[in-house]
Design a protein around this ligand. Structure first.
Ligand SMILES: *[C@@H]1O[C@H](CO)[C@@H](O)[C@H](O)[C@H]1NC(C)=O
Ligand SMILES: *[C@@H]1O[C@H](CO)[C@@H](O)[C@H](O)[C@H]1NC(C)=O
Ligand SMILES: *[C@@H]1O[C@H](CO)[C@@H](O)[C@H](O)[C@H]1NC(C)=O
Ligand SMILES: *[C@@H]1O[C@H](CO)[C@@H](O)[C@H](O)[C@H]1NC(C)=O
Ligand SMILES: *[C@@H]1O[C@H](CO)[C@@H](O)[C@H](O)[C@H]1NC(C)=O
Ligand SMILES: *[C@@H]1O[C@H](CO)[C@@H](O)[C@H](O)[C@H]1NC(C)=O
Length: 353
């Protein structure tokens, strides 16, 4: 990767500053420059900083970040001198211009003996290990004020890449989000190819699909696993359901889903393993690799484990956000998730519990 001399100079500045502050008893720190990304203004959730302060330069902003125990990223605006501190995540989001802003992510914080305050998901005395799933991320934490969800790094396969995921934090522990639909920011097209559903797509700040291969790897390494579905049809009505047995076959077998032991919560109905609409044992289908028998990915506009019935499915979590009630609309049974309403749908896996 190309590293400009400007960047090297900046880095030397930072190092010098840490050396100075170290002699005064503060901690040595390591920051890497990362991206400032433009978000939609309505994407407030991801843009919410831990704190906004004024600082003379980006180094001062880094000092502010080091002093805040929740801070893992900071964004400094060279025009307004506004220093925004953020918690976990890879980049800095803003609803405004990106031109005058710089973003630095903390890799880890060390003292003479060891490193701590690793990026969320990394652990070990030199931050040398990475969690496999969100349930394991929870166990690596010592001091974090818990939100409803956080972004964390995991490595689903020991030989695979480290990826950023969304962790849902529930009374039943931490869950790794496989799919997330949410109105408001980063709306994503779910009409995708087989390869995209295998690798994953979307944005952890908004709507996303983890990737079948990553879900498979987590299950392989950590199983047995369970599945949690949570959806809001509007901003008042919440439904959720657990399936105590959740497994996938490997890629060569089409990632067939096995699902059992539904435990209803909040008056949810079992639309996934009951009767002719059961998806248990069914392979995954996309428009370019369709095992549904009825052209379902094309008709419903997304990839899913479709039951083998002419009506395709009672629900369509990979559908489109429409105002009309069609089979391609994002919906759960006859509850159309109307485009004009607030909604969310998440599919989460948890193995170590
Ligand atoms: C889904 O994507 C395919 C391939 O790009 C395209 O042919 C098809 O028209 C899309 N479906 C919809 C409803 O946009
Ligand atoms: C999950 O499925 C795989 C085969 O794809 C199997 O080897 C494994 O034992 C299953 N795990 C559980 C907990 O049933
Ligand atoms: C579940 O149904 C009961 C009876 O209809 C109702 O009183 C209760 O409010 C419902 N709970 C939820 C979470 O919708
Ligand atoms: C996966 O589903 C397909 C289609 O129903 C079926 O032919 C195949 O035997 C299944 N594979 C496994 C391992 O269950
Ligand atoms: C399929 O949908 C049609 C029209 O909504 C309905 O009349 C029929 O009963 C459904 N078939 C099944 C097997 O659910
Ligand atoms: C969706 O909401 C819009 C605006 O409230 C309304 O005009 C439309 O009829 C609704 N669609 C359905 C199918 O309920």
């Amino acid at each position: 990767m190309f590293i400009s001399t400007y960047y090297v100079k900046m880095l030397c500045h930072v190092l010098l500053l840490w050396m100075i502050s170290r002699t005064e008893g503060t901690l040595d720190s390591r920051y890497v420059k990362t991206r400032v990304i433009k978000e939609l203004k309505r994407c407030k959730e991801s843009m919410m900083p831990l704190a906004d302060v004024l600082s003379s330069d980006f180094i001062g902003c880094g000092v502010e970040c080091t002093a805040n125990k929740e801070c893992r990223r900071f964004m400094f605006d060279t025009e307004t001198n506004l220093c925004s501190l953020f918690d976990f995540g890879a980049n800095c989001p803003t609803g405004e211009h990106v031109d005058n802003k710089v973003c630095y992510r903390q890799e880890f914080v060390c003292n003479e003996v060891s490193c701590f305050r690793c990026p969320l998901g990394y652990y070990g005395d030199r931050c040398q290990h990475v969690a496999t799933e969100c349930a394991e991320v929870k166990g690596t934490l010592m001091d974090i004020d818990q939100n409803q969800h956080v972004l964390a790094f995991i490595r689903p396969s020991p030989t695979g890449p480290v990826i950023q995921v969304r962790c849902a934090i529930k009374s039943t522990g931490w869950w790794t989000a496989i799919q997330r639909r949410r109105k408001g920011c980063k709306e994503v097209d779910f009409n995708r190819t087989w390869d995209e559903y295998v690798d994953g797509f979307g944005d952890t700040h908004g709507e996303y699909w983890l990737g079948l291969k990553h879900a498979y790897d987590i299950i392989q390494l950590k199983g047995p696993c369970r599945l949690l579905i949570v959806w809001w049809l509007n901003d008042k009505t919440r439904h959720s359901a657990y399936y105590n047995g959740f497994n996938l076959t490997d890629a060569s077998n089409g990632y067939n889903i096995s699902l059992s032991g539904m435990q209803e919560r909040d008056n949810a109905t079992d639309y996934l393993t009951d009767g002719s609409y059961s998806i248990a044992g069914r392979p995954f289908s996309t428009y370019d690799r369709d095992f549904s028998g009825y052209g379902c990915p094309e008709r419903l506009n997304g990839g899913w484990w479709y039951p083998r019935t002419p009506n395709c499915s009672l629900m369509n979590p990979s559908g489109r956000l429409l105002e009309d009630d069609t089979e391609a609309s994002l919906r759960w049974d006859d509850n159309l998730i109307n485009a004009s309403k607030a909604y969310s749908f998440t599919l989460n896996v948890q193995c170590s519990y």
